[in-house]
Design a protein around this ligand. Structure first.
Ligand code: MCN
Ligand code: CUM
Length: 787
């Protein structure tokens, strides 16, 4: 593994410290947690998308010799726990009492001595359902005769959740009325699923003697979960410990609280034993947080020579049976407001309407930057559709309209302040790297020859907004979005950093140690990063929306700088000079003008714990804490170019080349950044070409296994070609911007633009994802296609 020579004392390429345990099979995931006397839970789920529960008979299950408890909605209602709040101020049934509202919804929970008995006993529960007509198509959810899904709320007569708008409607309408060219396109960003390799689960252990509840659980936000458990269950917060051990991928799937978590807690309270619940693959795909499902009607206005003037969009958002989207409270459509993208335009307006349907709740997960995936897809498709209408080259059209470096910080027409950027440079780099002009020449030749092997080139440019808060603008259920960090330097100069965010594979144990290393000159190997345990870490809102580097990363730099300042005072006592006479170089304080007279951070750490006389008011030791409240989001950006070959006979798409130039400001560990980009590109390719959570007309879920819901593998992925530009964030202490979701945000548009470009000779202007061979085949023949 990592040798000392390879380890940078600060930023740079470095193997992940956590890989030492992962590669040797020594990771500890929730399902690896085994406690003495532990029982096992299993969830009974609804076979119907919409049905009334007439009765539930649990007597046969209770009679099973290995069953310890059977919990129904009625049991929970007695504890006031049948419903729980969602992250969007709605409520969600923990176990259904009145009706089931999506296929796979939780109906009962069995606790047994082993996992198999628990599953067997599910079959002994007799539920009498009365099937109701489901709402499957969001476009019909607001029809006057649509069945009302949420009749649990008194007086509700429709499936409407919210209307939200942003931008200046009057000004936008005026720009559109006077524009030379107005182009319109309907598009669907289909429902997809994060599908982490580790499914969700929890082990709950309520100690009946001390009253302390410990929950090992798959969560991206342990502190937020603890507070929510305290609020939901009425348990005292200091008596709850949430531990998020190693997480096998989150991708947003592990932001919310699922009924299974709550049931394992109730199971432990009722039986007095620890209870483990781990869902299987189908349960994960059918019932946990989905993503996207945006029906978008976009319009773009421009001059005849391609100056973009305005963008207008109406969205119908399918939120499923409970409004459980995870996003800051004041943003019902997440950060969709950045749909003006990377362009200098005059006006913009968006309206989003959210509706209930008989599908699983959730709604923001899957590397989304809070709906920026949908926003970027919309604008990048619209720009290509405009290029098609104007018969202009889509790369040139983008270059003509990109924001210019001197416009930053840029106030967008929908109220966002982009912190920094040099977009033309990044796009030019991507076009160069892919040899854009040569590709267009090759394509022209190919088209002239009448070859059935079609060739397409897709360009996409994206701007993201990541790093939520600040706390006064962004909160989740009232919890302001800021992060804590604590740094302790031991006497021998080794360090422990405690964080509120939670890695799920992003390599935090390495990169956050590298930030401390850069600030203090201690080797990252000598710095342990502790996270994922509410008893051992400071409060903070967790990892999602690529906020860890922008927020916890900033907290880490600030806390390390506090320690450095403290070390300066100790060094001044050691060297018997005034603190103002000291100068810092990485790893040591020395006397100005006398570099030989200095003290290393390790020497200083020992002295800080020794009998050395310290100046008045200095406590000794080298520890510090910080709560970082970000002044603004960070705005990473990038230019992606995808090259595809499409077989006109079969509709098969092959990605021949993919170039991604990302700018996430200062890179802490370029190797980890590249890994994040690789993963995101694969995600994006999967959505563009393969993935959709489809339902039949009865609301039956058609993607309950990896045979139906396809994940891209190395077989489908090209050898990604990456490059970078570096435009530091001016307000972030180390100039870094987030990157974890960039490639998922930017790549679907590049892939779809490429495929549609290949089909251009056939007059195709748009086709919806996923562009499976069947969908492409239909598009080529002008036939409608719906998954
Ligand atoms: N990094 C860096 N330099 C930068 C920016 C980031 O070295 N300028 C490093 C970071 O230090 C961190 C990694 O890159 O180790 C990702 O950082 P960041 O962009 O801050 O994102 P988060 O750590 O907050 O991760 C969240 C993001 C999200 S929201 C999803 S969804 C997603 C993603 O990360 N889920 C992932 N990437 C994932 N990668 C893995 N392996 N597993 C997931 O579940
Ligand atoms: Cu939106 S998926 Mo990530 O933010 O955990």
């Amino acid at each position: 593994m990592t040798t000392t020579e390879e380890t940078p004392i600060g930023y740079g390429r470095m193997h992940r410290k956590e890989d030492v345990r992962f590669l040797r099979g020594h990771g500890t995931y929730v399902d690896d947690v085994t406690l003495p006397g532990m029982l096992h839970g299993a969830v009974l789920r609804s076979p119907y998308a919409h049905a009334k529960i007439v009765s539930i008979d649990t007597s046969a299950a209770e009679a099973h010799p290995k069953v310890r408890a059977v919990i129904t909605g009625e049991t929970l209602a007695g504890l006031n726990l049948a419903w729980m709040p969602t992250l969007s101020n709605d409520v969600q049934a923990v176990l259904a009492t009145d009706k089931v509202r999506f296929q796979g919804q939780e109906v009962a929970f069995v606790v047994a001595e082993d996992r198999y008995s628990a599953r067997d006993a599910l079959e002994l529960i007799d539920v009498d359902y009365e099937a109701l007509e489901p709402v499957v198509d969001a476009r019909k959810a607001l029809d006057p005769d649509a069945p009302v899904i949420r009749d649990d709320v008194e007086g509700r007569t429709d499936n409407h959740i919210f209307d939200w708008e942003t931008g200046d409607k009057a000004r936008t309408d005026e720009v559109f009325a006077n524009a030379e060219v107005v182009t319109t396109q309907d598009m669907l960003y289909p429902r997809v699923h994060p599908a982490p390799l580790e499914t969700c689960g929890s082990v709950a252990d309520m100690d009946p003697i001390t009253g302390k509840l410990t929950v090992w659980t798959t969560t991206q936000a342990p502190h937020a979960h603890r507070t929510l458990y305290a609020l939901v269950a009425g348990l005292p917060e200091h008596k709850i410990r949430v531990i998020s051990p190693d997480i096998g991928g989150g991708f947003g799937n592990k932001v919310g609280i699922y009924p299974g978590y709550v049931c394992s807690i109730v199971g432990s309270i009722l039986t007095g034993k620890p209870v483990k619940w781990v869902e299987d693959r189908s349960e994960n795909l059918m019932s946990t947080s989905f993503a996207r499902d945006y029906h978008m009607h976009g319009e773009i206005a421009s001059t005849k020579d391609g100056k973009i003037l305005g963008i207008r969009v109406k969205v119908l958002a399918d939120h499923g049976a409970f409004n459980g989207t995870a996003q800051p409270t004041k943003y019902p459509a997440g950060f969709f407001g950045v749909f003006t993208g990377s362009y200098d335009i005059e006006a913009a307006h968006a309206e989003v309407t959210g509706v209930y349907t008989n599908k699983a709740p959730g709604g923001v997960a899957y590397a989304c930057s809070f709906r920026i995936t949908e926003a970027v897809y919309l604008v990048e498709r619209l720009v290509d559709v405009l290029a098609h209408e104007l018969d202009m080259d889509p790369a040139r059209l983008r270059m003509k309209n990109l924001l210019q470096p001197d416009q930053f910080p840029y106030q967008s027409k929908t109220g966002w302040e982009y912190d920094s950027g040099d977009y033309p440079r990044t796009l030019a780099k991507a076009l160069d790297l892919v040899h854009y002009d040569d590709l267009r020449a090759e394509q022209a030749k190919r088209r002239e020859s009448g070859s059935q092997e079609l060739m397409g080139i897709g360009v996409a440019f994206f701007t993201e907004a990541v790093g939520a808060g600040p706390r006064n603008k962004m909160d989740i259920l009232g919890l302001g979005m800021a992060d804590g960090a604590e740094l302790r330097i031991h006497p021998t100069g080794k360090a422990v950093l405690r964080l509120s965010c939670q890695t799920q594979g992003q390599g935090h144990e390495t990169t956050f140690a590298q930030i401390v290393a850069e600030e203090l000159g201690i080797s990252p190997e000598d710095i342990d990063v502790v996270h994922g345990d509410t008893d051992q870490t400071p409060f903070g809102l967790g990892t999602y929306g690529s906020r860890s580097t922008p927020v916890s990363g900033a907290a880490t730099a600030v806390v390390a700088r506090k320690v450095r300042e403290r070390a300066k005072i100790v060094a001044s006592a050691m060297l018997e000079v005034g603190a103002d006479d000291l100068e810092w170089e990485k790893g040591r304080w020395f006397v100005k003008g006398d570099p030989g007279a200095g003290k290393s951070i390790q020497d200083i750490a020992m002295a800080a714990h020794s009998s050395l006389e310290l100046p008045e008011g200095i406590e000794g030791q080298l520890d510090a804490t910080c709560v970082y409240n970000p002044p603004n989001l960070t705005y990473p950006f990038g230019a992606y170019v995808c090259v595809v070959d499409v077989d006109a006979g079969t509709g098969q798409v092959k990605v021949r080349d993919f170039v991604a130039v990302d700018d996430c400001g200062v890179r802490i560990n370029p190797m980890i950044v590249e890994g994040q980009v690789h993963g995101g590109l694969a995600d994006g390719l999967g959505m563009a070409l393969m993935q959709v959570m489809a339902f039949d007309e009865d609301g039956n879920h058609l993607g309950g296994s990896f045979m139906d819901y396809l994940l891209p593998t190395s077989m489908e992925c090209p050898s990604w070609r990456l490059d970078e530009t570096v435009t530091p964030s001016p307000h972030h202490p180390i100039g870094a911007k987030g990157v974890g979701e960039s490639a998922t945000v930017g790549s679907p548009a590049a892939v779809v633009n490429a495929v549609v470009d290949a089909l251009k000779p056939y007059g195709v202007r748009h086709a919806d994802m996923p562009l499976t061979p069947a969908a492409v085949w239909c598009a080529l023949r002008g036939k409608p296609f719906r998954t």
